[in-house]
Design a protein around this ligand. Structure first.
Ligand SMILES: *[C@@H]1O[C@H](CO)[C@@H](O)[C@H](O)[C@H]1NC(C)=O
Length: 452
């Protein structure tokens, strides 16, 4: 036997052992401090803990400025003609972007949209030096039972807009014994919530902010729904405060830790061994397809995890640039085949006005830069506290949707969520489930919470 063969034979068991340890190891639950995230100049002052009513009421100056910019961008010839026949293949198609811009400038009426947004009450309160914004929908008791508190968390590039249609379906569901009291915050740095003044505000730290918010509202125990980053924050909430979270529903159950990635690799490579019965119907992409899809679609993630402020500067100054950058995701993340269409299939499942509402939340608050920073804080493993590989025993309902960017096999999350009550992969719907198919998601979440 040659030396090289001996070395290889020695390395194989070490590699297998390493993977085995990684896949089976569990970390303890860390303690998370109630930290201060505001500017240094305010630190140490007594925090005003009142909950203040808030109304979305954007000044005429901001709207006039937007109109001026949009007019100039649409009149100029600086938009570059797309290559022939590529649809959305090189990014947001600039011909369709003109359609979006013209609608925004001439048909979209912010004051009407603002009224719609204000039909459910908004509040702000200071937590850890940050102004935290949330919608609070408090229905009446049902059959003499007080509504059950439920926090609903959005992600990127979304906002509270994603949840406007699902509000009545969750707060006063028809086929349920209960009503649900909804708390729908803007994540720190997103929309109407202020961003941290220094590095470190990752998903665990956000979970801590929301635990403090629920405490302040008098809810020691509550239910949770989350999508995208909101799903990770929900999972972090359940992990660090297992006694507070009574149950959680997510269309994007995922484990971003080393174990999660390893298990995902194993499950996709040796499907016949690791597939759960619930996944049989789903058409998994091959490894090659998965890899090329991830490379094609994850450039934004790398930029935002490393240089969020650079691209943020451009996006904060150009409304058409911002719309293209945000709305592109609602195409490919809803249905990956729509990349071939000239309009990205955007109006297939969404209204132009509601897509623009979401862009407006970022535009009027100038929050795209602070929002993107979550990728720097949330994805770099050495920054801040990470509980991706710490298991949680809180009951979870994992409702994967087949049009999503990634569909995660049950095996790749079952070490993290040790009490998955239901797992399924549904054919209809993509990444923005509550926005795209609100009645399906609401019925699913409510039937799950009712069962607890
Ligand atoms: C994506 O769109 C194609 C073509 O319209 C359709 O056949 C397919 O079912 C859609 N996928 C999902 C997950 O909705």
């Amino acid at each position: 036997m040659g030396l090289l063969t001996k070395i290889i034979l020695l390395l194989i068991p070490i590699g297998v052992g390493y993977i085995y340890l990684k896949v089976t190891k569990t970390d303890p639950i860390p303690h998370v401090e109630d930290a201060y995230w505001g500017p240094k100049s305010e630190q140490g002052k007594k925090e005003d803990t009142t909950i203040r009513p808030f109304k979305i009421d954007i000044s005429a100056a901001v709207l006039d400025d937007l109109k001026t910019r949009l007019t100039r961008e649409l009149d100029s010839d600086r938009l570059v003609t797309p290559l022939e026949g590529v649809g959305f293949g090189y990014g947001f198609n600039s011909i369709f972007l003109k359609t979006v811009g013209n609608h925004w400038l001439n048909k979209y009426d912010w004051r009407t949209r603002e009224k719609l947004l204000n039909q459910y009450p908004h509040f702000k309160t200071k937590i850890g030096g940050l102004d935290i914004h949330f919608q609070h929908v408090k229905p009446k008791p049902k059959n003499g039972v007080a509504p059950r508190p439920l926090i609903v968390l959005h992600g990127y590039p979304g906002s509270i807009i994603e949840y406007q249609k699902i509000i009545p379906l969750l707060s006063e569901p028809k086929n349920s014994k209960y009503n649900y009291e909804l708390i729908i915050p803007s994540l720190p740095g997103y929309g109407f919530s202020s961003g941290a003044a220094r590095p470190g505000m990752g998903t665990v730290e956000m979970a801590n902010i929301f635990k403090r918010l629920m405490d302040r509202l008098g809810h020691k125990k509550f239910y949770a729904i989350g999508g995208d980053w909101g799903a990770v924050i929900t999972s972090d909430l359940a992990t660090i405060y297992p006694d507070s979270v009574l149950g959680a529903h997510s269309a994007n159950c995922v484990s971003l830790g080393v174990q999660g990635h390893l298990r995902n690799f194993l499950a996709l490579t040796f499907r016949s061994i690791f597939a759960s019965p619930e996944e049989e119907e789903h058409k998994w992409l091959s490894w090659g397809e998965t890899f090329s899809f991830i490379v094609r679609e994850s450039g934004y993630l790398h930029i935002q995890a490393t240089k969020p402020d650079t691209v943020g500067t451009a996006l904060t100054h150009s409304p058409l640039g911002l719309a293209a950058y945000i709305m592109e995701k609602f195409s490919t993340w809803t249905n990956r085949t729509w990349i071939d269409r000239d309009d990205g299939g955007l109006l297939e499942k969404f209204e132009m006005d509601e897509l623009l509402d979401n862009v407006m939340v970022y535009w009027v608050t100038g929050s795209i830069t602070t929002a993107q920073r979550l990728y720097s804080e949330g994805l770099i493993p050495w920054s801040g506290i990470n509980v991706d590989d710490v298991p949680t025993n809180v009951p979870f309902d994992c409702h994967a949707l087949s049009g999503d960017i990634i569909v995660v096999p049950k095996f790749a999350i079952s070490h993290k969520f040790t009490n998955i009550k239901r797992y399924k992969v549904n054919a209809g719907g993509g990444h923005f489930g509550a926005f795209e198919i609100p009645s399906v998601i609401a019925a699913d979440a409510v039937s799950f919470f009712d069962s607890l």
